[in-house]
Ligand binder design. Structure first.
Ligand code: GLN
Ligand code: ZN
Length: 764
């Protein structure tokens, strides 16, 4: 029987089963291997991906979803939007490409990279296209056509993926004044059409045009641009088009998206199940609807019963010919293959049973479509029943549900969100206790994690270094860091975080409700990957997590030692989270665990405690109208974690980005006694918003950029601090670097902090 309902995968992880691409690229960048070797690794990854999907039986297999660095950069290069500063490199496309991605300092060239920013609300980062007034476009690569041909030669017919012209412009940035990038559409469209022609030439039938910006707030001008662009495209190609949206519902853009002249529209119903009925009733006659029902953003097994109900509903309304079953987004945001997780210690089989990675999700897409047509097929029945059993098991599992956590959450009262007294009263008591000088100096938490420190951890993991010896070595390192901080004259010290691999993983490993994978890597940017923890169940803290380290460090000095914790929103944001309860609920549980830690630190005599929340801003929803409800629970979670202490205990928080303009009110509502922020790259300009808002509490604007090995001079720092006083009165100013010093070397760190302390002293 031939399958009528078609299956659609939007993109596959391109890092390779074992992060082969990372290894090949880094070796190529270091001059250790040839470009041919790199190309060979890339070819092998693409081929394996296509084969996995083809063998699973996927109908619409993506191509051109592979990238050496980033799919937006691929499109930037393909369409010839090459910033002028790279002109000298134009005769070597691969060198040009990597130079655009991460800059180049070689053969007399010294050219900075293009900017990088977050891809919608994921932890992936893309390279931001740069546009100028007289922007020219020209078809520069035929990567999409080449990869289609490559797959075809291997016997696999694919659906090339292109970032659509409107999103391409919207995701970019004007690099000079006097024009709006959306007005470039007229010069862009002919080149985009040429790109489509190149696909026709190699025999493509379908193309996936990604327009994720359709899930954002769009003004009328941009909406009109969509109509214009897709009419132009329609008149200039014979390819069949699946207009693809993801990461959110279409909301007020639904009518627009469904009206565009394309054969099929893809919608993310994992993110926007509430839109399902509206959309299936609004799809114009003859148009295909691709249902994004298998989650491309999270690692849970699909709920077949629920998905099938949707698919059947769509089939009833549209007919099987007009329904595709697909992933909600590209699978590049989930790890490659769950089968690689064979260590029962870090990932218990009971939990693994609830999970699915890209390979498994690919099969889910195919199985769902098959079930929708042949529900009674015995082989399919078996798979279905297994899925139902796995999901039922998850719902009831005692591993997930911890009655004590529920009870604890229920005892939270409104008082728990508030410190005993407002900031001015607290500040007074804190000053009486801490006796800090004006312009107090501190650091953000971590000190250099040298190769040596990392090697101890690696050896300890492999069992080559006993826990006892490992702890002793870390204690010695901590003691050295404390001693040096005293010598250099810092006012509030830190222990250095040497025992932490990662600021989220460290806490996840100590909390109940978290699991870890061995190979669950997802691309963060370029060759960089992260391995997020999995929050599978109710979160609780079996015992103190940092008290031993912090009290040990405090025992070495008379100066205040700052306790270092990661905040609840950041822990949530950088993990795979459970999808069986709202994120706000999970965050509340984490907040309570952190709260207990904060109280324990206080009880152990720690007078200053920092709760890092570098990820609060990146959790912002894509639609403005959703911001307030998110910020409300995010701020509350922070307050819940930080408000269990007495007035005289000083709470710090830290954030390392620089756009506070639109959230300053909420930052103030967090009510930390001190906030330290990244500031040096904007030369203190971002303090303007704190000034305008009359931010009431203390602020430590970063006085030097920790991403560079450069040592700032005393004078430079003094100048920045003088500038800072335009917005923040001296009484409420702290002096600190932009962020943690984990990635720096000791000598530059020592030189920089020495100058920083000297600058603070000279201002007193
Ligand atoms: N305390 C952390 C550190 O210093 C903060 C890191 C961060 O902001 N990303 O490493
Ligand atoms: Zn930071």
């Amino acid at each position: 029987m031939t399958q009528i309902i078609k299956t659609n995968v939007l993109g596959f992880p391109r890092i390779g089963r074992n992060r082969e691409l990372k290894k090949a690229e880094e070796s190529y960048w270091n001059g250790k291997s040839s470009v041919e070797q790199l190309l060979e690794v890339a070819r092998a990854i693409r081929l394996e991906n296509w084969k996995i999907q083809s063998q699973a039986g996927v109908k619409f297999i993506p191509s051109n979803d592979f990238s050496f660095y980033d799919q937006v950069l691929d499109q930037t290069l393909a369409l010839g939007a090459i910033p002028e500063r790279y002109n000298a490199l134009k005769n070597n496309l691969i060198e040009l490409y990597f130079a655009m991605a991460h800059g180049i300092q070689r053969n007399g060239n010294d050219i900075i990279a293009m900017e990088m920013t977050k891809w919608f609300d994921t932890n992936y980062h893309y390279i931001v296209p740069e546009f100028v007034k007289n922007q020219k476009f020209s078809l520069t690569t035929t990567k999409a056509a080449d990869e289609f041909a490559e797959a075809k030669a291997a016997g696999i017919v694919t659906k090339p993926v292109l970032l659509g012209p409107v999103s391409f412009l919207l995701l970019g940035k004007e690099k000079e004044e006097g024009f709006s990038r959306i007005d470039l559409i007229d010069s862009l469209l002919p080149v985009f059409a040429e790109q489509l022609k190149s696909l026709e030439k190699v025999g493509a039938e379908w193309v996936q045009i990604d327009e994720p910006c359709l899930v954002l707030d769009l003004d009328e001008k941009v909406k009109a641009l969509y109509t214009k662009a897709f009419n132009y495209i329609r008149n200039n190609t014979h390819l069949k088009i699946v207009l693809t949206t993801y990461f959110g519902g279409l909301r007020d853009n639904a009518a627009l998206a469904l009206s565009l002249p394309v054969e099929a529209v893809h919608v993310d119903f994992v993110r926007a199940p509430e839109e399902f009925d509206t959309i299936i009733n609004a799809v114009p006659d003859g148009k295909i609807l691709s249902l994004g029902v298998v989650d491309g953003r999270n690692i849970w097994k699909n709920d077949f019963a629920a998905s099938l109900a949707l698919i059947r509903k769509a089939v009833n309304r549209l007919g099987a010919h007009r329904v595709w079953v697909g992933a909600s987004s590209s699978f590049m945001h989930v790890p490659y293959d769950l089968a690689a997780e064979t260590d029962n210690q870090s990932l218990a089989p009971e939990i693994k049973r609830w999970m699915a990675f890209a390979c498994q999700k690919t099969s889910e897409v195919v199985t769902l479509a098959a079930l929708a047509e042949n529900f009674n097929d015995p082989a399919l029945q078996n798979i279905y029943n297994q899925n139902v059993a796995d999901n039922a098991d998850r719902k009831q599992s005692p591993l997930i549900h911890n009655a004590k956590v529920g009870e604890r959450v229920n005892t939270v009262t409104s008082d728990d969100y508030n410190r005993k007294n407002p900031y001015p009263a607290r500040a007074k008591k804190q000053q009486e206790r801490l006796h800090l000088p004006k312009f107090p100096t501190t650091t953000i938490g971590s000190f250099p994690q040298t190769a040596e420190v990392r090697s101890w951890r690696a050896k300890n993991r492999k069992g080559e270094l006993s826990n006892q010896d490992y702890t002793r070595l870390l204690k010695e390192e901590t003691a050295r860091a404390v001693k040096w901080q005293e010598e250099v004259g810092l006012d509030v010290l830190v222990h250095g975080e040497f025992e932490r691999n990662d600021m989220v993983e460290y806490f996840g490993e100590k909390l109940n409700g978290f699991a870890f994978t061995k190979n669950g890597w997802v691309q963060s940017y370029g060759s960089r990957c992260v391995k997020p923890p999995v929050i599978f169940g109710d979160v609780s803290r079996p015992e103190p997590m940092t008290v031993d380290w912090i009290t040990y460090a405090q025992s070495l000095t008379q100066k205040p030692m700052k306790g270092m914790l990661t905040g609840p929103v950041t822990i949530l944001q950088w993990s795979f989270v459970r999808n069986d309860q709202p994120r706000s609920e999970t965050t509340k549980q984490i907040a309570l665990a952190i709260r207990d830690e904060v109280v324990d630190l206080e009880r152990a005599g720690i007078k200053v405690i920092q709760i890092d929340e570098p990820a609060i801003r990146e959790g912002l929803p894509l639609r403005h109208s959703d911001w307030n409800s998110y910020l409300d629970w995010a701020v509350k979670s922070f307050r819940l974690s930080s408000s269990g202490v007495k007035d005289e205990t000083q709470i710090h928080t830290h954030m390392c980005y620089s756009e506070f303009n639109d959230i300053i009110e909420h930052i103030a509502q967090m009510d930390a006694d001190v906030i330290t922020i990244e500031c040096s790259r904007s030369q203190m300009e971002l303090l303007d918003v704190f000034g305008r808002f009359s931010y009431p509490n203390e602020i430590g604007p970063g006085v030097y950029d920790i991403h560079s090995a450069r040592v700032p001079s005393v004078e430079e720092i003094v100048n920045l601090l003088v500038k800072a006083q335009k917005n923040i009165p001296a009484e409420r100013l702290w002096v600190n670097p932009d962020c943690g010093l984990k990635t720096r070397a000791w000598d530059e760190t020592k030189a920089a902090i020495k100058n920083m302390v000297e600058a603070a002293k000279s201002l007193r």
